[in-house]
Design a protein around this ligand. Structure first.
Ligand code: FA5
Length: 348
């Protein structure tokens, strides 16, 4: 290489290198600039390699300039590297900055569904009286849902209109939690004191007071000497615990195949105390069906109906929840609208 060319290239590389280094905006682009300016394939290295072919004086002259250029570029690289590292750190610190004076974000607690709250309340009132919780399957057979409950073949509750059958012979979605009465009595001897909360299904049009999937709580007490007044006293205690002291209970005759006598039970309104208001209409809130367990039902479960008597009752949880919270449309409980549900936050 001609020494004049070598000196020209060195000056060009110095200028180009300084510009590249100054332009590098990140550590990565600075390392790339270093490769271009001083790397193995750089023009600077090319000049250095050619030094050996120069005469001694020329080599000294060009070599001196080459050393100056390398030192200048290396110095600029080091300086720029330090500057970039400082910026990187500032950027990181900036991104990580936490304002400890900001108020905390409020954690929104989940809440129980109003039907769950009411179910727990009802069950708790009875477990405090010494009742045990019983359960049964939601898919029932004909025996437990109908036959053992003294619901004969011609009974309207058996028709396709009211029941939802599954694709297996004689299995259906239970229409009432009364089926759990049978399962309980089949599996134990008296005394029996149980409540059975659970989901029930009926083939019914959904409206403001009916769902096709709803919930009931069943109650059953079988022992020696149980009488109708025990039923009344128990339900009075229940109504007072649920709606507050001073509630009266009214029993009107009604028919359910599995009880005799059977009745419809109403409670004096907790809002107007029986005077009549927008919640109850005539002062009474219809709450549940009840009665003395039919001797045939006791016998169907292998109990001695001469020795034992019992009472049973069944209520709709949606119905109780509507009254409890003043909800006018049952469908609100199943629509999952957060605006409705969040009103029960902290209720239990
Ligand atoms: C029964 O289901 C009886 N098993 C109750 C019973 C038990 C009587 C033990 C005697 C002894 P009924 O069909 O009336 O009865 O239903 C009881 C309650 O379930 C009703 O008062 C109502 O609150 C609720 N219920 C009934 N059908 C629906 C429905 N489609 N949607 C919502 N709730 C319902």
């Amino acid at each position: 290489m001609d020494p004049q060319d070598a000196l020209r290239i060195l000056e060009e590389e110095r200028a180009r290198g300084m510009a590249l280094i100054a332009e590098a905006g990140s550590s990565e682009s600075l390392e790339a600039a270093k490769v271009v300016v001083l790397g193995r394939k750089s023009r600077f290295t090319e000049v250095q390699r050619s030094l050996g072919s120069l005469g001694e004086n020329e080599r000294r002259r060009v070599g001196k300039v080459a050393n100056e250029v390398r030192a200048a570029l290396q110095g600029a690289l080091d300086e720029r590297r330090a500057a970039l590292a400082a910026t990187d750190e500032t950027r990181l610190l900036e991104a990580d900055r936490v304002d400890v004076t900001l108020p905390g974000r409020r954690l929104r607690p989940g809440s129980l569904h109003p039907l769950t709250i009411v179910e727990h309340e009802i069950v708790e009132i009875f477990t405090r009286m010494g009742y045990r919780v019983a359960e049964g399957p939601e898919i029932e057979d004909d025996w437990h849902n109908f036959e053992a409950l003294n619901i004969p073949h011609h009974h309207p509750a058996r028709t396709m209109k009211d029941s939802l059958y599954v694709d297996v012979d004689a299995l259906l979605l239970r229409t009432e939690t009364s089926a759990v009465q049978i399962r309980t009595m089949e599996s134990q001897q008296p005394p029996v004191y149980v409540v059975a909360p659970g989901r029930t299904y009926r083939r019914e049009a959904v409206d403001a007071t009916h769902l096709s999937v709803f919930h009931q709580v069943e109650g059953l007490a079988v022992d020696e000497g149980i009488s109708f007044s025990d039923l009344k006293g128990t339900l009075e205690a229940f109504a007072n615990a649920l709606f507050g002291e001073g509630r009266r209970v009214r029993m009107d005759p009604d028919y359910f195949p599995f009880v005799e006598p059977g009745c419809q039970v109403a409670v004096s309104c907790f809002k107007c105390d029986g005077a009549g208001c927008s919640l109850c209409g005539n002062g009474w809130i219809e709450l549940l069906g009840a009665g003395m367990v039919h001797p045939k039902v006791l016998e169907n479960c292998g109990y001695d109906a001469e020795r034992y008597t019992g009472f049973a009752f069944g209520m709709g949880i949606e119905r109780v929840a509507m009254v409890r919270y003043g909800v006018s449309d049952m469908r609100l409980f199943v629509e999952g609208d957060v605006r409705f549900l969040e009103q029960f936050e902290g209720a239990a």
